[in-house]
Design a protein around this ligand. Sequence first.
Ligand code: MRU
Length: 363
Amino acid sequence: MKVGGVPYRAIYTAAGGAEVRVIDQTRLPHRFGTLRLETVADAARAIRDMVVRGAPLIGATAAYGVALAMRADPSDASLPKSLALLASARPTAVNLRWALDSAAELLRPLPPGERSDAAFDFATRLCEEDVSRNRSIGRHGLEVFREIAGRAAAAPGPINIMTHCNAGWLATVDWGTATAPVYLAHDEGMRVHVWVRETRPRFQGAALTAWELGQHGVPHTLVSDSAAGHLLARGKVDIVIVGTDRTTAAGDVANKVGTYPLALAARDNGVPFYVAAPSPSIDWTIEDGAGIPIEERDPEEITRVWGVDEDGVERRVRVTPEGTRAANYAFDLTPARLVTGLVTERGVCAPERTALRRMFGRL
Ligand code: MRU
């Protein structure tokens, strides 16, 4: 997507493929800049410190991390070490394990001399596949929007879409998952308006989703996370669509903390709740969402906020009494029964074991 009119991807290679670069998401929306990842340790650090974040982008960064490791040292000893380093960077998004397992399967049988080129080719392919998968999710999601717009044809105004966190192009290589249908709808002239939840504590909604929708000219309004119930109850939301970090084989969804109460409020108010779920975010090894590891992060992400002051100076300030104890759960689990449908690259699927397996030819 475009930044100031210039096309960007959230991760890309430069200098004829010699450099791996990412957009530094810790500085957005106040500063736009890119960083070069030079080593596997840089890639692991970028994932851990959330320079890059969002499940598909975490997978793509890990793939390039393996490639950087193989360029530095393609030996049999180096491969498992770099895989272990990257695997430990963040626990919840299954895309990380998926990317690493796929890379390992490809690289292990190769002679060391061939591993670097093969790993870079693999990472490039993974990124291209991510982009086309997201476009497909966009097309299927757009059908859902059209149906809703058709139903609301008598009522004037845009369709009102609510989202949580950032499942936008910054969370993927391009297009995003939950935002892909939004961008396609907007581009084809459908009137859409997005309610953007701020997404405490790290404000991925306020900082990232609001920024990317703004860059693309999509009408949107920022609301506090707590305002969602009020808007849903007042009929101001036609559809909720969010992303996923890990969806189980039975359709339970782990996503940014706050997704579960949003799904409950949507259900109570009869508003459809969709999850944009690319296949690498499906964990076929887990049936029950209770088995998904939920990341706990530094409590300072709750007790402090970061932003720029009136003079444009970046500041980090404490909002709690000094010494307040805080617990920072980064994700929660939405049971399949609260999900209206999973928007996958193959189509919209019921959040249910057999339907999912049938859609992906695993029956
Ligand atoms: O902690 P984050 O910012 O990595 O969390 C991101 C999310 O929860 C997204 O909704 C999810 O990764 C899907 S991104 C397409």
